[in-house]
Design a protein around this ligand. Structure first.
Ligand code: ZN
Length: 588
């Protein structure tokens, strides 16, 4: 996109499309304090953690971290693009769409991303076309051998990279993309020849190609399955300016289309996703060649109230399940483990037993799964083994709800020969030990304020974030805060936009991806304060905290330097240390 709506016009549209009113059309909202609260439309929940901030015109869910301005809300609810949301809201507000304007600054920010996405889309098209030509025959044969229909091949936009060196690169260069862009997008590899000129070749060759598409239909990257028994079996695009393998999932575009899923099934391989989808299973996705991350867990929460792990039965898969369960638990996402029989992977299972068999697969609880894994480590025919297993099991059982605990205790009694009473006693001991350990803040405590976040933060970081939100409120003197008060790049850039006159509601439009949009929104929510005076005094506290941290850091560095300094340098350092120590005393 080389042009955009004029900022002033968008501001006008935003102010005529009151977010509280628009959201109320979809979600029942109650006013509590300065914000409106309701049940989040993007993840299943029973107590409201979805908030609408009428002052800053933003929405944010403290449960699944969905957030943005009125345009994003509309996009998410209506499954439409930004331009479509703008057009529809404009019609509603009786505003005519303006001429698109050219804006160099905006262009600089946007152009690279959009050029890379365009190159990826063109590449996906090319790979897909190639699949049905003689050069793509080996890939097509492979996909057919795996039982894929033409319908599902089209649905996922699967393709083929040929064995030629530079088919794709040549095509994209012809289309006007530069070699720099292709290298940046991870599509092309460049090597310098001895005479200094460039040699280049395609990143993916002789592979069946799986485009990785985000929820908005952008092609972010590719996965390629080898056809020649070459390692690696699967190769993914490395991280690029438009792709971060830790943040997205494979088939996010389909998840977005499948509304009201009661669970998302996370599998390991792209082929598993395609195969299960062909058999009619909905809500299947896969991580992008890495173990499940916290970002992905939070993303999945937006599509369904619980996640089923459908990993392979091999030992790598089993290990991945334990890690995945831990991550999901940390992010408060209810999870289950699909129990595939006979060591089958999801693809093999559905081919053998069909969709019918798949729907009847047992989905076991995290605790039951952890017990099963634990049990394998011990010899239960020996007294020592039973004892060690019972101790470990008590810890697992102590963490579950009373009903499941009752079932598991019964099972444990049978397995170990200890009575339920003894096991319950051991369990209480474990529970007390666990309680004595420092715990993560409860979810309730976490959702208490605009600056709450899932990741533990330093006091300094918290102060910087609160300071930004105070600045965004426009109620404290502008000259009170400077860019150098922030040391985080995102905070600095948000500060610059706000100082330049941008409204808080306009800033989520600048976020490069969903995760950043969520963070921007959280940072820009209006602060919880009753008066301007209170805000000013909060800002002062933040500035003190930030200065204190800076001085403390400098003081620490000084003591290092002092230990190895001599002569004049030493006395200068000592002088500075004394001054800092005086300043710190005054700040406390
Ligand atoms: Zn939510």
């Amino acid at each position: 996109m080389s042009s955009r709506y004029p900022a002033a016009w968008l501001d006008e549209l935003r102010s005529r499309s009151d977010i509280v009113q628009i959201v109320s059309g979809y979600v029942a909202l109650n006013k509590k304090g300065r914000k409106y609260w309701g049940l989040c439309p993007f993840h299943g929940e029973k107590t409201p953690s979805f908030s609408v901030d009428g002052e800053h015109q933003l929405y944010y869910c403290f449960g699944c971290k969905a957030g943005g301005n009125v345009f994003h809300f509309y996009m998410e609810m209506e499954h439409c693009t930004f331009s479509e949301a703008v057009a529809q809201l404009a019609e509603r507000a009786h505003m005519t769409l303006p001429e698109l304007e050219k804006d160099d600054d905006y262009e600089r920010r946007r152009t690279q991303r959009e050029r890379l996405l365009a190159a990826n889309k063109e590449a996906a098209r090319f790979y897909h076309e190639t699949l049905f030509t003689p050069k793509g025959a080996p890939a097509l044969a492979y996909l057919r051998r795996r039982g894929l229909s033409d319908g599902v091949i089209r649905k996922f936009g699967l393709g083929a990279s040929s064995e030629e060196w530079s088919d794709l690169s040549d095509r994209l260069l012809e289309k006007g993309f530069t070699l720099d862009e292709l290298v940046l997008a991870g599509l092309t590899v460049r090597k310098k020849k001895e005479d200094g000129s460039d040699r280049y070749y395609d990143m993916f060759r002789s592979r069946a190609m799986f485009p990785i598409i985000d929820a908005y239909g952008n092609v972010l990257a590719f996965g390629g399955r080898t056809l020649e028994k070459k390692e690696p079996k699967y190769m993914n695009t490395s991280d690029t300016p438009v792709f971060n393998k830790r943040k997205g999932v494979f088939a996010a575009n389909l998840l977005r289309q499948q509304r009201h899923l009661d669970r998302v099934i996370l599998v390991e391989g792209y082929m598993d996703v395609v195969s299960l989808t062909q058999f009619g299973v909905e809500g299947v996705c896969a991580t992008l060649g890495t173990a499940l991350t916290a970002e992905q867990a939070r993303l999945l929460k937006r599509y369904a109230p619980q996640v089923y792990l459908g990993y392979d039965g091999d030992s790598a898969g089993q290990h991945a399940i334990l890690r995945g369960l831990d991550i999901l638990e940390q992010e408060n996402v209810p999870a289950r483990v699909l129990d595939f029989p006979d060591g089958l992977d999801p693809d093999e299972f559905i081919r053998r037993d069909g969709a019918e068999g798949f729907s009847k697969l047992p989905a076991i609880s995290p605790a039951a799964y952890r017990l099963r894994r634990l049990k394998e480590q011990f010899d239960l025919s020996a007294q020592d083994g039973r004892l060690a297993y019972a101790r470990g099991a008590a810890e697992i059982v102590a963490a579950v709800d009373p009903l499941e605990r009752d079932v598991l205790l019964g099972q444990l009694a049978l397995e170990t020969g200890f009575t339920r009473e003894t096991l319950a006693e051991q369990m209480n001991l474990s529970a007390r030990k666990a309680a004595a350990k420092p715990k993560e803040p409860a979810p309730q405590a976490r959702v208490s304020g605009p600056n709450a976040s899932a990741a533990p933060q330093s006091e300094d970081q918290k102060a910087q974030e609160l300071l930004l939100s105070l600045f965004a409120s426009g109620q404290i003197p502008k000259d009170m805060i400077e860019e150098k008060d922030f040391d985080d790049d995102e905070l600095k850039s948000l500060y610059r936009e706000l100082a330049g006159g941008a409204s808080p509601a306009s800033l989520p439009d600048l976020a490069p991806d969903e995760a950043s949009r969520s963070r921007y929104t959280r940072l820009l929510l209006s602060p919880t304060a009753n008066s301007t005076d209170e805000m000013i005094s909060m800002a002062n506290d933040c500035l003190n905290r930030i200065n204190r941290t800076k001085l403390e850091r400098r003081y620490e560095a000084l003591s290092q330097e002092i230990s190895s300094a001599t002569g004049e340098q030493l006395s200068a350092l000592l002088q500075e240390a004394t001054e800092i120590s005086d300043k710190l005393k005054k700040l406390k």
